[in-house]
Write a protein that binds this ligand. Structure first.
Ligand code: NAD
Length: 269
């Protein structure tokens, strides 16, 4: 990548975290098809190896949220790729429900969904400023622009992920650093399968996409250089409505919560 406005993926050195399955694996498939050279990382070594084999990537199993884990990933990726052109911080967790979300759930969400991005940027941005280019992509969520019922840990830390990405874009955008926040609603992955059925139905009311749709939206947004990547286009309207009509928007969310409560009562009776 020779300049901040180079939107081609061909021959770019790209790191993707959380790439053993779901959205991260779909990014790997799409970006490999676009000609990128990949390093993929995940806690799940087996799934990761399969993705690495089919995308001709280097697999770096391990924790992509800790300082040590990220440093090792950056070092190994730099050695393998020569230089890192694009970082895709995609690993994420949905831990903890409602008021009962405990300290461990809050801590894990904070480490993986927020601090991992800051730790990666701390290592990457100085080098990118030197050369005048680099692209930092965060898989956040529509929950980071709106909210999500059920999980305060997820809603809060995904807002943190969007806020961090915005801050990076505002601070370094004029120096050739490009930043994107990917904010889908429901996507058919293990994460969506793991949440309460009624909540999943509401989150998916606009249609749960396939992971490949999210990868397509990312490639499209990079080509258009838009900060927000919105695989569900209606999220832009909800986001504007929330800002302009906050109380009405909250009443709408209360209506959805009432539907969830009714569904879970029916389930327990
Ligand atoms: N599925 C959805 O509906 C949806 C919607 C919006 C945003 N997202 C976000 O998309 C991203 C990908 O999620 P997904 O839906 O593909 O879920 P997923 O659970 O299928 O994949 C997440 C991957 O991240 C890995 N991971 C988690 N913590 C890690 C860590 N500390 N170090 C290394 N790897 C780690 C997991 O092992 C897993 O392979 C997440 O950030 C998620 O919050 C998902």
């Amino acid at each position: 990548m020779t300049s901040g406005s180079d939107t081609s993926w061909d021959d770019k050195g790209v790191v993707i975290t959380g790439a053993a399955q779901g959205i991260g694996a779909a990014y790997a498939d799409r970006l490999a098809a676009e000609g990128a050279r990949l390093v993929v990382a995940d806690l799940k070594a087996d799934g990761l190896q399969a993705v690495a084999e089919r995308t001709h990537a280097l697999a770096v199993p391990g924790d992509c949220s800790t300082s040590d884990g990220i440093r090792e990933l950056v070092d190994r990726a730099t050695e393998h790729l020569g230089d890192i052109d694009v970082w895709v911080g995609n690993a994420g967790v949905d831990a903890g429900q409602g008021l009962d979300a405990d300290e461990a759930a809050w801590e894990l969400s904070w480490q993986v969904n927020v601090l991992a991005h800051a730790r990666a940027a701390r290592l990457l941005i100085p080098r990118w400023l030197e050369r005048g280019s680099g692209r930092f992509i965060v898989t956040a969520s529509a929950a980071g622009l709106l909210t999500v019922l059920g999980s305060p840990t997820y809603a809060v830390t995904k807002h943190g992920a969007v806020a961090y990405a915005e801050w990076l874009a505002a601070t370094y955008g004029a120096h050739g650093i490009r930043v994107h926040a990917v904010c889908p609603q429901g996507v058919q992955t293990d994460m969506l399968a793991g949440i309460d059925e009624a909540a999943a139905a509401i989150i998916s009311a606009d249609g749960a996409l396939q992971p490949a749709d999210v990868a397509d939206a990312l490639v499209d947004a990079v080509a258009r250089e838009t900060f927000l990547v919105l695989p569900h286009r209606q999220v832009a309207d909800y986001y504007a409505y929330r800002a302009a009509h906050t109380d009405k928007w909250l009443r709408g969310m209360q209506g959805l919560q009432a539907k969830l409560d009714a569904a879970s009562e029916k389930h327990t009776n």
